[in-house]
Design a protein around this ligand. Structure first.
Ligand code: NDP
Length: 319
């Protein structure tokens, strides 16, 4: 049978390119889990995806209620779930003030991490039940998350007065665990918020692996697809940055990959029979060959992963 894969944020960039690459094989039915139907429909058409190869289902990761509704809708569809790709993300490089999710969490961590955390926890049983030969849960990571050095938090919420309160921030690594909650010195750092969310993504993938790989046989993996400097991720950046970033990545750092190439890479992590190793973080070398990359000390800290898991469970209402 065709495999069923859910891809969040399949309306543009990496998610769309991956959906396209998988649809072209004819072996996959793609559930495009997106917040904007019309945009997603247009996007699917624009890359030539055949109607029978995809279904668009509404999901707004910035609302835990929407995540729950999406899961209900998916379950009602009666489809098996073979692979889940947590790909969607927001990045607010120029925001002066934080924005919040429907549940009052800082938007980057709320969307990129907490929304996906709830989604994957609620869909894990469906994946367990699938009879697909290689079931996978993939959380898209980033190299930026690996350079996250100093401060940590995993979300914040509004107080009754409408002010925000840090749930987790610590000036030194060792104190991170102690200060996870109620640290009033927390302040919004726009690039940091995205990096934190990506560290959470990578820690979550590893914690999934430790807790569920042996029991379920599911492959849990993360990846850095390369610098896809042309995607919508940089839509909120200043125009000069958006103009110069792609050529800078192409000619100076030489880290640039096209959306098409990045989509092929993520599609490999979804379906390549040789990429079944669990608990790993994939990268690609200059010849586009995949290899298991080392995570930074912080992004592979097992104790931190456990903490992020437990706190996230509380924040999304799983305990
Ligand atoms: P895009 O902005 O093109 O894609 C992001 C996707 O996320 C869009 O489909 C967007 O939907 C969706 N999204 C954002 N917020 C929500 C939400 N609340 N609910 C549902 N969907 C949402 O960026 P990329 O393709 O570049 O990013 C994809 C992934 O790749 C991210 O995880 C990013 O961190 C990662 N990545 C990207 C790199 C790059 O260089 N671009 C490098 C390394 C990692 P909508 O269309 O409605 O806005």
């Amino acid at each position: 049978r065709q495999g069923t894969v859910i891809i969040t944020g399949a309306s543009s960039g990496l998610g769309l390119a991956t959906a396209k690459a998988l649809a072209e094989t004819g072996k996959w039915h793609i559930i495009m889990a997106c917040r904007d139907f019309l945009k997603t429909e247009k996007a699917a058409k624009s890359v030539g995806m055949a109607k029978e190869n995809y279904t668009i289902m509404h999901l707004d990761l910035a609302s835990l209620e929407s995540v729950r509704q999406f899961v209900d809708n998916f379950k009602r569809s009666g489809r098996p779930l073979d692979v889940l790709v947590c790909n969607a993300a927001v990045y607010q490089p120029t925001a002066k003030e934080p924005s919040f999710t429907a549940d009052g969490f800082e938007l980057s961590v709320g969307t990129n991490h907490l929304g996906h955390f709830l989604l994957s926890r609620l869909l894990l049983d469906d994946m367990k039940e699938s009879d697909f030969p290689s079931k996978r849960l993939i959380i898209v990571g980033s190299i930026t998350g690996m350079k996250n050095k100093k401060y940590e938090y995993v979300g914040r919420e509004r107080t009754a007065k409408g002010q925000s309160r840090g749930l987790a921030r610590a000036p030194r690594r060792a104190e991170w665990a102690k200060q996870l909650f109620h640290d009033r010195r927390w302040r919004f750092r726009r690039a940091k918020a995205y990096k934190d969310s990506k560290v959470c993504n990578m820690l979550t993938m590893q914690e999934f692996h430790r807790r569920y790989h042996e029991e379920t046989g599911i492959t849990f993996a993360s990846l850095y697809p390369g610098c896809i400097a042309t995607t919508g991720l940089f839509r909120e950046h200043i125009p000069l940055f958006r103009l110069l970033f792609p050529p800078f990545q192409k000619f100076i750092t030489k880290g640039f990959v096209s959306e098409e190439e990045a989509g092929k890479r993520l599609a490999q992590v979804v379906s390549d029979p040789s990429l079944t190793k669990s608990g790993v973080y994939w990268s690609w070398n200059k010849d586009s060959a995949s290899f298991v990359n080392q995570l930074s000390e912080e992004a592979s800290d097992a104790e931190k992963a456990r903490k992020v898991w437990e706190i996230s469970e509380k924040l999304v209402g799983l305990r």
